[in-house]
Design a protein around this ligand. Structure first.
Ligand code: 1CP
Length: 346
């Protein structure tokens, strides 16, 4: 059995991330703490908004634990957001009703150097982590996370989410030196952020590169592989025993290059990846996480059952963490999540 400090790893999710395949895969779902849960919507309404919720350690800890109480997932993911890092880098962050998040000023027309950093904006997150660490069942693994630099930069440059990240892709071509400064600032802040989450009590971390799929191979090497590798090296130097999951959504044929270049402890696969191909091309023994289509979960019935069975069969020989290929949709019925758990756990 893998050793972590003096203690054997007995938590199924953590053991899997350390490379030990389980008879039934541990399971958690990306975005499991959120709007599909009535208890989340109630607390969010009471707090008056996302940021108020995410910066209140008592409330954020409660939201983190809500899906564990209801479903008993093997992993609890910290309730926070990838845009906390831009906020700490000095942009204003707002989550308006009915629209996506906004960051101001947008870096498309404003220099990063003109912003004042406020790292203390991350302090409530560490307080949340410490609180949650004392609330989880003994066999539940606690996951921290951050956005990857490319994905975070797309929001910082455009000031909001964008369909194909065009403004940021153009910026990266037009002024790679200035874009490199933005990415470098995100890398440095993210190493601090993840290290502090680990020091406060998370047991593994995930790097979400949600928009990794929008880059050409050469730009992918520069803005996805290199900065994620820098974060992995920086965090690993301080916390060598803590597994890091890399999730380069949409990377497709560039997944082997990502796995070799970033060398995360485990790799997340989105639902467009053929599991048999991934098994053949990824480094032997590297744990994989994924990759049920979130729309199969939303649909339920046969689509859900067949989808689960295919994922279970495909990853039968590797350390595997059962998850979706991307976040759970907000209109997903609770009963479908219960059905998923019953089937995955056999
Ligand atoms: O209640 C609300 O209205 C807010 C909705 C919401 C939630 C529940 C946002 C705004 N963020 C979150 C929490 C969140 N975000 C978590 C918490 C833990 C969990 O997984 O349960 C995590 C891991 C994230 C990560 C995140 N935020 C990503 C990466 C993963 C992904 O889904 O691709 C991204 C891209 C974001 C940005 C963001 N934050 C919120 C929204 C609506 C968005 C997407 C905006 C856009 O692209 O337009």
């Amino acid at each position: 059995m893998e050793e972590r400090g003096a203690l054997p790893v007995t938590k199924p999710l953590l053991a899997t991330l350390h490379g030990q395949r389980q008879a039934r895969p541990p399971v958690w779902l990306m975005r499991q703490a959120g709007r599909y849960l009535p208890e989340y919507r109630a607390l969010r309404a009471e707090k008056g908004g996302f940021l108020a919720l995410a910066t209140d350690p008592v409330a954020a800890a409660e939201v983190t634990v809500q899906p564990i109480r209801r479903f008993g997932f093997d992993g609890a993911i910290l309730f926070s957001d990838i845009l906390m890092v831009p906020w700490a880098l000095g942009q204003d962050l707002t989550f308006g009703a009915g629209e996506g998040p906004r960051l101001a000023p947008a870096l498309a027309d404003h220099a990063l150097a003109a912003l004042d950093r406020v790292p203390a904006r991350l302090d409530p997150v560490y307080a949340t982590v410490a609180r949650v660490a004392g609330m989880l069942p003994a066999d539940t693994t606690f996951l921290g996370f951050a956005g990857s630099p490319w994905t975070v930069a797309t929001y910082m440059v455009a000031g909001q989410g964008s369909r194909d990240q065009e403004a940021t892709r153009r910026y990266a071509y037009a002024d790679p030196a200035a874009f490199g400064v933005i990415v470098g600032a995100i890398v440095a802040m993210t190493i601090e952020y993840l290290s502090a989450q680990i020091a406060a009590g998370v047991e593994a971390v995930q790097l979400f590169d949600s928009w990794a799929g929008s880059l050409s191979p050469e730009q992918f090497d520069r803005w996805v592989i290199a900065p994620n590798r820098a974060i992995v090296e920086g965090v690993r130097a301080r916390h060598p025993g803590t597994p890091i999951i890399g999730f380069p959504k949409g990377a497709g044929g560039k997944l082997p290059a990502y796995a070799a270049g970033v060398a995360p402890d485990a790799i997340g696969l989105d639902e467009t990846v053929d599991p048999a191909w991934a098994h053949a091309v990824l480094p032997a023994g590297m744990p994989v996480q994924g990759n049920l289509d979130p729309l199969a979960l939303l649909t339920g019935g046969e689509a859900l059952d067949r989808g689960i069975d295919r994922v279970l069969a495909a990853f039968g020989e590797r350390p595997h963490v059962f998850n979706l290929g991307h976040g759970i949709g907000q209109h997903t019925p609770i009963a479908h999540v219960e059905r998923l758990l019953a089937r995955v756990r056999g």
